[in-house]
Design a binder for this molecule. Structure first.
Ligand SMILES: C[S@@+](CC[C@H](N)C(=O)[O-])C[C@H]1O[C@@H](n2cnc3c(N)ncnc32)[C@H](O)[C@@H]1O
Length: 333
């Protein structure tokens, strides 16, 4: 007998059993565990497991392990011959009363599964934020949102400090230019970013950025503007480095009166009012500003923050978009 003929006969023999065809009908529609199948077809576990083993050996099933459970479903990789055979068998058997009863029981098994997760959330709703943090940490949201950066985009993390934002964004962006004026901060950033080949770490000042004209799609100033002596000059520099319609994202403090921050941390500005920042961004050539004063974080004791997004305005769209290659070759560390 040829191998192909043996294959067809094996297929036919594994289908020549009512329980096995009932199992296949069920597993064509849903992925089920052994115990769920037992509840649906109301046979002991040893019997169901035996049939599953035969179906699996003959290539009808795929199986996925999750913890201690094994989830079965009709294989998506059936060869054309098996598909044809199964098509005929299914047509003949799916209208039988056993198959109809199985479908109804499977529906309630799946509903019970959904109920378990609903029940979990209705009892855990009040604890979910804490549990989420315990299970997945505080930065899971950020990791999700980093996906808003397009893989064709070049991001400038200007005043990058120890590089945690650059680290977060690098896997999503085409390239990240991470820049800071402090050698000590850059040293820590260098270690953190050692496995991010698309991060370009540079030493430089915001007021005279070592970054080519129109080379950034996004410029991020996270908690840095309050250190800058000449914000308008720095914002003009950022404007220069952005491509037309590129955007600037600023995270900084709302106006506050914690004057000790000047001494303790060298802050130049005690936060920013919406009006002054709007005026400076305007002068630097940015449009479409959107500032959002952020709600207090109960774990934080610093001043309240705002986030702001503005777009580079007033450019011919095509003048600078064609290249992202930096033309600057100066002070890179
Ligand atoms: C408070 S840290 C914020 C670091 C990081 N962006 C973050 O969100 O954690 C401010 C950083 O800005 C840098 N910095 C301050 N003024 C700067 C300037 N004029 N040019 C470049 N970097 C500057 C400091 O060296 C420091 O690393």
């Amino acid at each position: 007998m040829t191998t192909a003929a043996a294959g067809v006969l094996d297929r036919l023999s594994s289908l020549a059993d009512e329980t096995r065809t009932r199992i296949l009908l069920l597993l064509e529609g849903s992925e089920l565990t052994v115990s769920e199948l037992c509840r649906v077809i109301q046979l002991p576990q040893s019997t169901v497991s035996r049939h599953l083993r035969i179906l699996f050996q003959d290539g009808w099933l795929s199986v996925r392990s999750e913890g201690t459970s094994r989830h079965y479903r009709l294989s998506r990789r059936l060869d054309p011959g098996a598909r044809r055979i199964w098509g005929v068998v299914r047509e003949e058997l799916s209208a039988t009363s056993a198959a109809r009863t199985d479908r109804i029981r499977a529906g309630s098994v799946l509903e019970a599964r959904a109920e378990r997760s609903k029940a979990f959330f209705s009892s855990e709703a009040g604890r979910w934020d804490l549990l989420r943090e315990e299970l997945f940490g505080r930065r899971a949201d950020l990791q999700l949102l980093a996906g808003f950066v397009n893989e064709t985009e070049v991001v400038g993390d200007l005043g990058c400090g120890t590089g945690h934002l650059a680290r977060l964004l690098a896997p999503f962006a085409k390239r990240v230019v991470a820049l800071d004026r402090s050698d000590e901060m850059l040293e820590i950033a260098r270690v953190r970013l050692s496995e991010c080949p698309n991060v370009d770490l540079r030493r430089g000042e915001l007021e005279s950025l070592p970054v080519a004209d129109g080379s950034l799609d996004v410029a991020i100033l996270s908690l840095v503007l309050h250190y800058v002596l000449e914000p308008v000059q720095a914002l003009k520099e950022v404007h220069r480095t952005l491509r037309p319609r590129g955007r600037i994202l600023i995270l900084d403090m709302q106006r506050h009166d914690r004057a000790e921050f000047r001494e303790e941390m060298g802050h130049v500005w005690l936060g920013f009012s919406p009006e002054e920042l709007e005026d400076w961004l305007d002068k630097a050539g940015f449009a479409s500003q959107r500032r959002l004063d952020l709600p207090p974080d109960s774990d934080a004791d610093g001043p309240l923050l705002f986030s702001l997004r503005a777009d580079r305005a007033g450019d011919e769209p095509d003048a600078l978009t064609s290249t992202h290659e930096p033309q600057y070759s100066g002070n890179q560390s």
